[in-house]
Write a protein of this length. Structure first.
Lengths: 482, 328
């Protein structure tokens, strides 16, 4: 029997032939996973797993618009939704950490603020999604570098369902009123226009507010839970970053002090009860016309532009959040938090099914009806496809969606490290104390640094130092939108 | 040495008495064994685990809990020197004391008005008990809607007083803790009311009738007859309410989450934040142990006081009975 001898030439020719064959349109090679739309590829990959009903933690306002999309996935793959625990996204981190603590397989996925990724991954709870994405040839097609928010130490751990980027809101009718223009010009010696810096925004708020008509300058949040989000926007835009390369806190710096000063000046222009208000109180005030200007989550634009629910439909100008010249150059920084994302439990027996369901919900096309729902407005636009999709544009208005796209280009996270909740609550507590007069402004950052040092010691300085690169990778690369 | 009584003079125990004693023993065991089993199987492991965490520094981010480092009393020292913990204790004590006194005074007053039968009493009874049947979280959310600075409560008080009354109940750090204390009083006054009503109904009529015959005024009867007889019940109502108030969490959390600033950061809120926001499970365990010790001290003191009250009541009744019977 003659033995075929494989020479190097034969081997190279064979390889070349196979490569060409693979590229031909009629070729069956990798057809199932390499071709078709992203949705088809996810379905093809998921079908191989067999039917299952996956369980999870998700807040119902997020889940409602997802339901028809999940039903479609069930039809195509047999993978659907089983029991769901309906918990507010603000309470999910504690619950998720309890699940991580007990290494429980009870939930297959959790829908949670993606800033919890480092903490949950460090607790060993999260399943990396890269393998599933590779099998389905799937990519998170987010605006600008937003997909980075799903990564930690080089691995992808989540699929976004909600952009939740902050945009600037200014009342058009108030800004364009001739009397207001004159009043502003007389007081400040310059033209009244859409604010580009924090100082300009404060000047507009201060000049145009009228508490006797229940119209306050600002609609920003200053409560203990949400306040830090606004502080970070100011701090980052002043060129600040919370840690140096050795993981020593760098809050008590000129940039930090500037941020505290701007943050506290809001007290003069905000409602007297703002210190205790969250979104439940502030959103109706914005939509009902009691606010001149603010930075707020983009989903509020959907509510504002819904004439059935808002008294201010068509009365807003949306744009880029203010920036700062404090560092010597103009920097704008928006913030996305809580950025709701689907994360998969490593201990789940149905983790693969949950992963593919997450990818299905996170495709550009499938997420269009989810983010454009005018009633359940919690899921906000985030994908490239959303920026031009007519239902999404209609839902946010042309100006709204352009503002979202702009802000995504300069969006940053809060603390993107293990211990996010600890860092966040400590800062929030001290800022809140200063806002209500319990703590002198000059002590806020010193006290926070001391408390952060204790957190760093507890979690481990070396461990956090290793994570700094992931945090920095999530920070935006541009100072202003392109 | 006392001589042993002869066998034939020893008290004879009948078979019936022996079997009765056995039955009582069996009954006691039947009641006690499940309780002891529950304690050993459920509570003891939790307490031991808690104790383990209190002496070991463990973070969820760093490996398994059984590999945690032994740190001796470091965590207890850390907790006891933590000013935030000290403030949390003070806030909890202020809240519990204020709300306990408030609940008791109003509950007792209502019980006093209600303890003699009158027409329509049952309806009042239901109305007075209603707040206690309301879930605390619902109380919190309802209060949130009512207590805005320009909300209905301030509006109503302003109309009644005829002057503008606008405290920021939910956002002023000086008013927030009193606001949640008032809510607690509203929520739990029925508890004191029920206990005091039971106490008032259980007072024997004879001393009161005797005092009436002797011409004592109503105030004197209340002050010198009813109140002394009620003292054990009053202690019980105060102690139970105080312990409950020390553990209040749902209203404080739902309304304030510890804010504004740290104005409502009570012990349960701080322990929750430490354990479930900062994930310092070990420190949270040490805190829980310290709080448990504090509670045990309070309970032991209360038991001592209750015993003393019972003794003095027994002595008073004994003296009265002796005097009535003409004993020396």
């Amino acid at each position: 029997m003659a033995v075929a001898r494989i020479t190097r030439r034969v081997f190279m020719e064979g390889g070349l032939g196979l490569t060409i064959l693979n590229l031909l349109p009629f070729s069956n090679f990798s057809r199932a996973f390499a071709q078709g739309t992203p949705e088809e590829r996810v379905v093809a990959a998921a079908k191989t797993l067999g039917p299952a009903d996956v369980t999870g933690i998700i807040w119902s306002p997020y889940l409602v618009p997802m339901k028809p999309v999940i039903e479609e996935f069930k039809k195509q793959t047999g993978i659907g939704l089983g029991a769901v625990q309906d918990i507010s996204i603000f309470d999910t981190p504690q619950r998720a950490m309890a699940e991580a603590l007990s290494r429980s397989p009870q939930f297959d996925f959790i829908h949670i603020d993606s800033n919890m990724i480092p903490s949950l991954a460090s607790a060993g709870y999260l399943e990396p999604l890269d393998e599933y994405m590779k099998k389905a040839n799937f990519k998170i097609e987010a605006v600008a570098d937003y997909a980075n928010f799903m990564t930690y130490k080089g691995q992808t751990y989540g699929v976004p369902t909600d952009g939740n980027v902050h945009i600037q809101y200014v009342r058009r009718d108030i800004l364009e009123d001739p009397d207001n223009k004159k009043k502003f010009a007389d007081k400040h010696g310059r033209e009244l226009k859409f604010p580009e810096t924090w100082e300009e925004d404060l000047a507009i708020q201060e000049t145009l507010m009228d508490p006797s008509k229940d119209l306050y300058g600002s609609g920003n949040l200053r409560n203990r839970a949400n306040g830090p989000t606004w502080w970070y926007m100011i701090f980052y835009s002043a060129g600040g970053f919370p840690f140096d390369d050795d993981m020593k806190p760098t809050l008590d710096t000129p940039a930090g002090q500037y941020a505290v000063e701007i943050y506290l000046r809001d007290k003069k222009v905000n409602h007297p009860e703002a210190a205790g208000w969250g979104t439940a109180q502030m959103i109706p005030r914005i939509a009902n016309g009691h606010v001149v200007s603010c930075q707020y989550w983009d989903g509020t634009a959907k509510l504002n532009e819904n004439p059935e629910k808002s008294k201010t439909a068509g009365k807003w100008i949306y744009g880029l959040v203010p920036g700062s010249d404090f560092s010597g150059k103009r920097i704008h920084r928006s913030l996305s938090s809580p950025l709701a994302a689907l994360l998969v439990n490593k201990y789940s027996p149905r983790k693969a099914q949950a992963a593919y369901l997450a990818l299905w919900l996170g495709s550009g096309k499938n997420s269009i009806p989810i983010v454009s729902d005018p009633v359940n407005t919690f899921n906000d636009a985030w994908a490239k496809e959303h920026m031009t999709a007519p239902p999404v544009v209609k839902s946010y208005s042309e100006g709204g969606i352009k503002a979202i796209e702009k802000n995504f280009q300069v969006v940053a996270p809060p603390i993107y490290l293990t211990g996010y909740l600890e860092f966040q609550d400590t800062l929030g507590k001290n800022l809140s104390e200063a806002y209500v007069g319990q703590l002198p402004a000059k002590d806020v950052l010193k006290k926070t640094e001391n408390e952060w040092n204790a957190i760093i010691r507890r979690i481990g300085q070396r461990k956090l130092k290793d994570e700094l690169a992931s945090y920095k990778a999530v920070m935006p690369k541009r100072d202003k939108p392109a | 040495m006392a001589a042993r009584p002869p066998l034939d003079t020893a008290p004879k125990v009948s078979l019936r008495e022996v079997s009765r004693a056995r039955a009582i023993r069996r009954f006691r065991l039947t009641i006690l064994v499940p309780l002891i089993a529950l304690f050993v199987l459920v509570l003891m492991p939790v307490l031991f685990l808690q104790l383990y965490f209190s002496f070991h520094q463990w973070s969820i981010y760093l490996g398994s809990w059984w590999d945690a480092d032994y740190v001796g009393l470091n965590l207890f020292t850390e907790v006891l020197t933590d000013p935030r913990f000290g403030w949390a204790i003070l806030r909890s004590l202020a809240f519990a004391t204020g709300s306990t006194i408030g609940c008791f005074v109003i509950g007792f007053a209502l019980a006093y008005l209600m303890h003699k039968p009158f027409r329509g009493q049952a309806l009042y009874y239901v109305v007075f008990i209603l707040p206690m049947l309301t879930v605390p979280i619902v109380v919190a959310y309802t209060a949130e809607m009512l207590l805005y600075q320009s909300g209905p409560v301030n509006d109503l008080i302003s109309r009644i007083l005829g002057v503008e009354f606008k405290p920021a109940w939910l956002t002023d750090p000086n008013v927030a803790l009193p606001a949640v204390t008032l809510l607690e009083i509203w929520n739990w006054t029925p508890f004191s009311f029920i206990i005091m009503l039971a106490g008032l109904s259980a007072i024997p009529k004879e001393p009161i009738e005797a005092a009436e015959i002797l011409g004592a005024s109503k105030w004197r009867i209340f002050w010198e007859v009813q109140l002394p007889l009620l003292r054990p019940v009053i202690f019980l109502a105060l102690v139970l309410r105080f312990l409950e108030a020390m553990a209040e969490f749902p209203k404080t959390w739902a309304l304030f989450q510890g804010g504004p600033g740290t104005a409502t950061e009570t012990l349960p809120v701080y322990i929750f934040l430490t354990t479930w926001q900062y994930f310092e499970v070990s420190k949270g365990a040490a805190m829980s142990y310290i709080v448990m010790m504090l509670m045990i001290v309070i309970v032991l003191l209360a038991i001592q006081l209750l015993r003393r009250e019972k003794r003095s009541l027994d002595a008073m009744y004994g003296k009265a009975a002796r005097e009535a019977g003409g004993e020396p």
